[in-house]
Design a protein around this ligand. Sequence first.
Ligand code: AMP
Length: 249
Amino acid sequence: MKLMIPVKRVIDYNVKVRVKSDETGVETANVKMSMNPFDEISVEEAVRMKEAGSADDVIAVSLGVAQCQETIRTALAMGADRGIHVNTDAELEPLAVAKLLKALVEKESPDLVIVGKQAIDDDSNQTGQMLAALLGWSQATFVSELEIGDGVATATREIDGGLETIEVNLPAVVTVDLRLNEPRYASLPNIMKAKKKPIEEMSPDALGVDIAPRMETLKVEEPAQRQAGVIVETTAELVDKLKNEARVI
Ligand code: AMP
């Protein structure tokens, strides 16, 4: 079975994101970038399938600037077999990403595409769903347990009321949630081995995809500053403040 795993390069989740002074976006110069945490979970799941013998080709793909190759290398060090980098300096909206991934799917014919449920930079939660729709494939979203059978995948989904288990036909798009697994750290020998694994490079033009944006960002603002809290001495004081100051009880 062949697996395609899109991995996005995003601002590291430990970094305090700063808005640019001209309010056109967030500061990315000299900021630590890493693989989107949900994509680490997808890579881990794919590598586990490979180790269990149910997958034999795991392709990590990243779309964006030249440094996306570092993100692909991280996936290769975790155990992916090869990489594809679609190189562009353009801002990619989820629809453009989904169209590029569709073109790669048509080229590679994977049985399963495992996508993060959302990228922590744009929080769109759109790419996997759009990709499934463009391909006309089944989709299982927010997956916290995944089992592959004969031509089908059984997926447990995290939904508001609890867990839902569904079966989808392959090929399919799966989007992963946090509880699916705990991603491994790449070992030093595997980081060294990853340097020799192939990464194919291509352009959006070569894939025949129009990546022109459909949205215009008007303004990006910092969230409102939160007021500092007050430590009260007694429960009576707390009740008094809630009643007479906050007026919520
Ligand atoms: P989003 O819809 O933007 O929240 O992203 C959901 C998922 O789509 C991410 O977790 C990635 O798996 C994939 N994805 C989005 N953008 C890219 C990209 N530029 N390169 C590779 N994968 C991406």
